[in-house]
Design a protein around this ligand. Structure first.
Ligand code: TXA
Ligand code: MG
Length: 348
């Protein structure tokens, strides 16, 4: 199969919608990351998503809709979910509710809840509307790889495996949606994203944060969300995060860098713009201002992919503050680093 990247004209979106109706998979831009879109009501199409991604079949998919009226067809919607949907949809929030039978088990990994999102991206909304279907779509990356924020990323992972990718340019946010379980109490944020816990608590004050957002779930617990269990976002390079006071962080990173240079020459440092001067004569990449994490969110996944293209073997990185979108950045970076983090303030 030849994979075509389509300009997002009405005509082309209609062609892609037809392809979804036929049971095929399409690369779909959204405001968060690109999704691998399929008819959520067709178990064979959904199984094909797992197969081309190499995704474990017990890691459920998000169902995307473009119209509030769809909700009633796919889940038993409760009042609190309606409050969240009214506040944040269309947008980067995914809401878990108890599923109705129309949603195949293949979508939910046989769980009794279904994750639902109404994206704000115009192309995604047109594609969903024109297909006339609820659309199952995970991030359009091979399982374990950084999520795609450009059509080229989708092409790299799925060339020859899907007929179309719609070119929506670079994704506005760059990190996947916030996932919240409001099917049963305690309501819990399972994956942080652009919509922060602080914003959500303005609507539902008692929402909790899952303990596994910054910590590795122990293998013997039942995870609240299967996606938490898997290695994610990982570049081929070994990534080591260093947290703490910025001067102590720089001292530690310089030390580690010098040591690793003796072993291999392909070492990089990721640092905030204002700290670059702390790494004289080193090979560093600036990751934006430490005061405004939106820029880092926007480019993080592309950066992780580019490290692989540069053939980098070891990366030492500064870390984001945890407020606002910072928590979502850390959630992704800590997984990309396989939970390899050094807290310099704790080392005596
Ligand atoms: O921004 C996004 O959410 C993107 C775009 C394409 O919409 N999609 C995305 O999908 O990130 P995916 O499959 O890469 O991540 C979905 C996450 C997984 O961690 C999965 O385990 C969790 O949502 N999830 C889905 N359904 C669930 C359910 N019923 N219960 C618990 N977790 C669920
Ligand atoms: Mg994903």
């Amino acid at each position: 199969m030849k994979t075509e990247i389509l300009k997002p004209t009405k005509e082309n979106i209609n062609i892609a919608a037809g392809s979804i109706r036929k049971g095929e998979l399409v690369g779909m831009p959204t405001e968060t990351v690109y999704g691998l879109a399929a008819n959520a009501l067709n178990p064979d199409s959904v199984k094909n998503i797992y197969s081309v991604k190499g995704r474990p079949s017990n890691n459920p998919l998000i169902v995307h809709i473009a119209d509030f009226n769809e909700l009633d067809k796919i889940c038993y919607i409760n009042d609190d979910a309606i409050k969240l949907a009214k506040a944040f949809w269309p947008g980067p929030l995914t809401i878990l509710q108890y599923k109705k039978d129309i949603i195949p088990d293949a979508v939910t990994g046989s769980l009794n809840t279904v994750a639902i999102r109404m994206p704000s991206n115009k192309i995604a909304r047109d594609l969903i509307s024109m297909s006339g279907l609820p659309i199952a779509a995970p991030s359009a990356n091979k399982s374990g790889r950084p999520s795609p924020t450009l059509p080229e990323h989708v092409y790299k992972d799925f060339n020859g495996l899907i007929p179309y990718i719609i070119d929506g340019g670079q994704c506005e946010i760059g990190l996947e949606s916030t996932v919240i379980n409001v099917a049963s109490k305690p309501y819990t944020v399972l994956r942080p994203g652009k919509i922060s816990i602080e914003e959500i608590r303005q609507i539902l004050p008692d929402v909790m944060l899952s303990n596994n957002i910054l910590h590795e779930p122990s293998p013997d617990t039942v995870p609240e969300s299967p996606g938490m269990m898997y290695k994610h976002y990982a570049p081929n390079a070994k990534l080591i995060l260093v947290s703490g006071d910025r001067f102590n962080v720089a001292k530690k990173i310089n030390e580690l860098y010098n040591k690793s240079l003796i072993e291999n020459s392909r070492t990089k440092i990721l640092c905030f713009d204002e700290n670059a001067y702390l790494y004289p004569d080193k090979s560093f990449i600036k990751i934006g201002s430490s005061k405004h994490h939106e820029e880092l969110a926007h480019k993080l996944f592309a950066l992780l992919r580019s490290l692989d293209e540069m053939g980098v073997e070891t990366v030492y990185s500064e870390v984001a503050d945890l407020g606002g979108i910072g928590l979502a950045i850390m959630n992704r970076m800590i997984r990309a680093a396989a939970f390899n983090i050094i807290d310099v303030d704790k080392i005596k």
